[in-house]
Design a protein around this ligand. Sequence first.
Ligand SMILES: *[C@@H]1O[C@H](CO)[C@@H](O)[C@H](O)[C@H]1NC(C)=O
Ligand SMILES: *[C@@H]1O[C@H](CO)[C@@H](O)[C@H](O)[C@H]1NC(C)=O
Ligand SMILES: *[C@@H]1O[C@H](CO)[C@@H](O)[C@H](O)[C@H]1NC(C)=O
Length: 379
Amino acid sequence: MAAIGRHRSKLAAIFWTVVIHVRGRSFLSLLCLYVFFVVLWLVILPFGLENFIFSGYNFQAKSVKTRYEYCPKEWLMNYYPLLGAVETTCKPRQHVAYLKNHKCGSTTIVQIFNRYRRFYDLRVAEPKYGYHFWGPVDASKIPRPPKIKMEFINTVPLNGTEDKFDMILHHMVYDEEVLKRVMHADTFYTTILREPFSQFKSVFNAFHFDKKYNIFNADPMREFLRNPQKYYRGGTKPASAFVRNSMLFHFGFPDEDDTLRNNITFIKQFIAYIDKKFDFIMISEFMDESLILLRRLLCWDMDDILFASRNVLNYTYKHVDDPELRRLHMQWSLGDYFLYSHFRQKFEKLMKAQGPDFQEELEAFKICLKNFQNDYPYQ
Ligand SMILES: *[C@@H]1O[C@H](CO)[C@@H](O)[C@H](O)[C@H]1NC(C)=O
Ligand SMILES: *[C@@H]1O[C@H](CO)[C@@H](O)[C@H](O)[C@H]1NC(C)=O
Ligand SMILES: *[C@@H]1O[C@H](CO)[C@@H](O)[C@H](O)[C@H]1NC(C)=O
């Protein structure tokens, strides 16, 4: 934690000033002074008093209550200098491009990024049209929103190469070149994925595909998956992009190309490309773990990843886990299964590579989160 590093150097400066002034005194009195400062330092930290004492230094005064108010003291002790393991070397990364996938828990993640960028007064890319980078269209009325273009971004003040955005968070279809132009070179690219069948069920519900496709049947999802082309009509219907390979779609996968869509070699190449371009991909089934890893990779504080409500819905299909439907869906959205499987394996590997303190941090996080959500049930 960089904050503690700054804190430490400030105290060291005070200490040496005092030492110079008391030169000539005995070693014992110096030792007493040193002990006094150490004790003072350890006493004030857990109570957040540093916010008053060092208020002139903007020592992490937070918009939501005091720093770490929500977290258990035992966990914090591990992060105090002299008391246990400390991360002091990493520097928070504040340049983030987040690909907002539909129905994967994106609302939660965007909430976190938005709070962070407001607090640090970061510059976020704003869409020129609506709340997305699809351009001047209503995504629910056209088959397939285009990739992000410069003219979909409110780039008015973007003149020189040095003038870039710190964060980009709204819905978009990824385009490497466009993002490179508006984002800093050290931008952290991230997104979240969800188990494809659950994601499909959620999308089918949220986009009302039964009504869109006029499926007047007691079990519209089964009817659709049994005869997808009858309703999909080669992707000519509105919002087609969201009903097949809808996670890959956000990365700019050419799903409309029938020869490539089910070409496994091509799918794997495409996934390898994503893997190169994205620094970290979260997994919706491991939301808390994802956020801890995100925190660690970005070198953010625990405060920064707390979130209030999740956009969780309950709907008829949610609890349907029918092997036939899953198999049909896998045939229909093959690419999304490859995508998810690849990044889930990668995620689990990263999780395993964390030290034993990962589990400790996770437990602490759950407690912080509960305390936070008691105070902020909605946001
Ligand atoms: C960008 O260019 C426009 C037009 O040339 C100018 O009015 C504006 O002040 C420039 N903005 C910045 C931030 O340089
Ligand atoms: C499948 O994709 C690979 C890699 O893009 C390509 O070389 C190959 O020709 C494709 N196969 C077919 C049948 O289109
Ligand atoms: C969600 O819906 C299912 C089926 O309609 C129901 O069995 C379940 O109790 C609901 N869960 C909650 C938390 O409301």
